[in-house]
Design a protein around this ligand. Structure first.
Ligand code: SAH
Length: 343
């Protein structure tokens, strides 16, 4: 798909200008971690609490997606991520229009990262936080590549494998339950490391990024598309209490730990000496997405499916307006961060 829209104006190349357009000071790696799940706790008692918090988060994420994925697939198909839209275009999109927008999100992300079919042969892809494998199957078909997807949800892994079999892609694509923070892969295995809307679930962003870098092949690309909070201003230590409160309410329902900003991700990648680091704020491009999801939830079919699906889905639906509020008030940013591992 040809992109018709340049990524929005927050694009920059931090390698050549380390301060870029960020106004926040670089965080220490530790400061990216949620206080409740900090991995740097010194005492033994503290580290037991950390492990327990991380385990309970992992379990919560697995249960959330076990319960909600079938509903999402029934109504929205196999891509569990935002669509990419032209801001200011007329918005009476049909269902297929939203699906195209979700595929466009994949294409725009590849384009932004400079991954083209001609540029470099992509032979192996890892889809970190794969959902039911929509991106994996798409990327495997596009590049003729092998793709492995990992998720915390056993139901998602099974459904993703079943869909791959139904599409005669089992020889190329496979899915398993594994933790993104401890990936079961050798170093340097993948030409493309893909994380589409899974980073927000990671309790230790530094460890997450390190794992993405570890499994990337020399010269390989890493693409992180994720929910972030706004960049902090110079001198600002934290979000405003009302902003934090809004995010906390979203965290509870969607099983998210503390959020970070796109500039936090860039700083992490810089600290690991990655190349071609780029990021952009695509919040405007995804603005129509949540209103559209809410509209489908409010149809008879949507309401019945929600009731059948269970409490986690219902709570999720009730939290959607907070996402819209977060974007509108500029607290939530939809970020893309990409880079290349040095040869
Ligand atoms: N990337 C997919 C799904 C996004 S939903 C898509 O675009 O369709 C978020 C996904 O992240 C879920 O599959 C969830 O299981 C996964 N996830 C969250 N935390 C994870 C972790 N620590 N390890 C592996 N997968 C994780």
């Amino acid at each position: 798909m040809k992109a018709t829209l340049a990524p929005s104006s927050l694009t920059f190349l931090p390698q050549s200008n380390p301060t870029c357009s960020f106004r926040s000071s670089p965080p220490s790696l530790g400061s990216l971690r949620p206080s409740s799940a900090s991995m740097t706790t010194a005492t033994a008692r503290g580290s037991v609490a950390v492990t327990a918090a991380a385990t309970s988060l992992r379990q919560g994420i697995a249960e959330f997606y076990n319960e909600t994925s079938a509903l999402w697939e029934e109504i929205w198909g196999d891509h569990m991520h935002h669509g990419f839209y032209d801001p200011n275009s007329p918005l009476q999109l049909s269902d297929s229009g939203h699906r195209e927008a979700q595929i466009r999100m994949i294409e725009e992300s590849l384009l932004f990262a400079g991954v083209t079919t001609e540029e470099q042969r992509i032979k192996r892809v890892v889809d970190v936080g794969c959902g039911i494998g929509g991106s994996s199957r798409y990327l495997a078909s596009k590049f003729g590549a092998e793709c492995i997807g990992i998720t915390l949800s056993p139901l998602q892994a099974k459904r993703a494998n079943d869909l791959a079999a139904a599409q005669s892609l089992s020889h190329q694509v496979s899915f398993q339950v594994a933790d993104a923070l401890e990936q079961p892969f050798e170093d340097g295995k993948f030409d493309l490391v893909w994380s589409m809307e899974s980073g927000e679930h990671m309790p230790d962003k530094a460890k997450f990024v390190k794992e993405l870098v570890r499994v990337a092949a020399p010269g390989g690309r890493i693409i992180i598309v994720t929910w972030c909070h706004r960049n902090l201003s110079q001198g600002e230590e934290a979000l405003q209490p009302w902003e934090q409160n809004l995010l906390d309410r979203i965290c509870k329902t969607f099983y998210l730990p503390a959020w970070c900003s796109t500039s936090d991700y860039v700083n992490l990648l810089q600290s690991l000496s990655l190349q071609d680091i780029k990021c952009a704020d695509w919040s405007e491009n995804v603005a129509p997405f949540w209103p559209a999801v809410i509209r489908t939830a409010l149809t008879w079919k949507g309401l019945l499916s929600l009731l059948r699906s269970g409490m986690k889905s219902i709570k999720g639906a009730l939290t959607m307006p907070l996402m819209i509020e977060g974007y509108k008030k500029g607290v939530i940013k939809f970020g893309i961060i990409t880079c290349r591992k040095p040869l």
